[in-house]
Design a protein around this ligand. Structure first.
Ligand SMILES: Nc1nc2c(ncn2[C@@H]2O[C@H](COP(=O)(O)OP(=O)(O)OP(=O)(O)O)[C@@H](O)[C@H]2O)c(=O)[nH]1
Length: 342
């Protein structure tokens, strides 16, 4: 969209001190020598007719011959159609009109700042318009270059923002994941436990916690070495994770050889059923990493199950109950699940 600016007031330079002969010479030289196109056209019904154009104007657009209508010059020369509106503004307001235009001539894009000046008769009616165009084409490339640089910068900012968001996501995952097993870590579990307890206070749905500890893991480590111990922890973690459960359940490594499973909206009987399912699955695990042991070895787990009732409780109280149940399971001979209800 072209924007036309009307200029008011007198020209800043006075040429009134020149006599007629000097003026004639001045205008002739200006007409011939200037690198800026200058042209004059006559106001005709519904259009403007070219009267004269200087060499510079012809060089840009050879269509500007005397007698040709401005609308035709615009159409033939690849100029913006809205330029005609500039002529009408000049005619109707009697003021100087200034605008930018970017014609494509002979496959080249030009940038002109065009000035249309009304010539009035003694009654003040605009009879002619003379135009001059200041050639700013040399500024076009730097302008384009700036736009291109701007585009590159915007693209880089976009890429960096995406990288930063990815890094933040990775950081978020890292800060909530246990490095060895890939399960949720204790921090993630604690946050979810706090939320789950608050939810129980609202909904009164039972909340279950399974506190899982590998039995005699010290002996396992001592027999097979720490790295096979790590392998065992990963296998147990994968087993806990693989059992089909609901989306808002959380399976976490609590620390060392301890794991915890959070089961929102889970009754005592369901919690015990799941605990037994987990215990059996771990018991069946054949731990024979890279055939480094001669025969498959096995581990068992003890599970302390705590389930909330109707009384208000804190997450610490629920964990304590699960810990007590786990202790009882160990004391009762290991490889079993014991339930405590709040
Ligand atoms: N390989 C390995 N071992 C670990 C890791 N974290 C803790 N452990 C070991 O787990 C063992 C836990 O031993 P204890 O706390 O005595 O318990 P336990 O031998 O499992 O005995 P109970 O729990 O009473 O059945 C220790 O030997 C720890 O070194 C770990 O990340 N990797």
């Amino acid at each position: 969209m072209l924007r036309f600016r009307r200029q008011y007031g007198n020209a800043p330079v006075s040429i009134k001190s020149l006599n007629t002969k000097q003026l004639e010479y001045f205008f002739e030289q200006l007409w011939k020598q200037t690198l800026n196109p200058i042209w004059v056209c006559k106001v005709v019904p519904d259009d403007f007719e070219m009267v004269s154009a200087n060499e510079a104007a012809f060089r840009v657009d050879p269509n500007q011959k005397p007698g040709v209508l401005v609308s035709e010059v615009i159409r033939m020369g690849g100029h913006d159609n809205e330029i005609l509106a500039g002529y009408y503004t000049c005619l109707e307001t009697g003021d100087v009109v200034e605008f930018e235009q970017r014609p494509w001539v002979n496959g080249k894009e030009y940038l002109f700042r065009t000035l249309l000046v009304p010539i009035k008769n003694t009654q003040g009616r605009v009879t002619h318009i003379w135009g001059t165009a200041h050639n700013l084409t040399d500024f076009l490339d730097p302008q384009k270059e700036l736009l291109a640089i701007n585009e590159i910068l915007e693209q880089r900012v976009k890429e960096r923002t995406e990288q930063l968001n990815d890094a933040l996501k990775k950081l978020e995952i890292l800060s909530t994941t246990d490095e060895l097993t890939g399960l949720a870590n204790r921090r993630f579990l604690d946050e979810n436990l706090t939320r789950a307890v608050l939810r129980v206070h609202r909904t009164k749905e039972p909340l279950a916690v399974l506190f899982i500890d590998i039995d005699d893991f010290k002996l396992f480590n001592d027999e097979f070495g720490h790295s096979i111990g790590d392998y065992c922890l990963k296998q147990v973690a994968a087993t806990l994770l693989s059992l089909d459960r609901r989306e808002d359940d959380v399976v976490a490594r609590y620390g060392g050889e301890e794991f915890m499973i959070l089961l929102p909206n889970c009754s005592s009987s369901d919690a015990m059923r799941i605990a037994e399912q987990v215990r059996h699955a771990v018991e069946r695990l054949e731990l024979n990493p890279d055939n480094t042991t001669n025969k498959p070895s096995h581990v068992t787990i003890s599970v302390g199950v705590a389930v909330s009732g109707t009384l208000r409780f804190t997450s610490d109280e629920l964990l304590k109950e699960a810990d007590d149940a786990l202790y009882a399971a160990k004391a009762a001979g290991r490889n079993q699940c014991i339930l405590r209800e709040l």
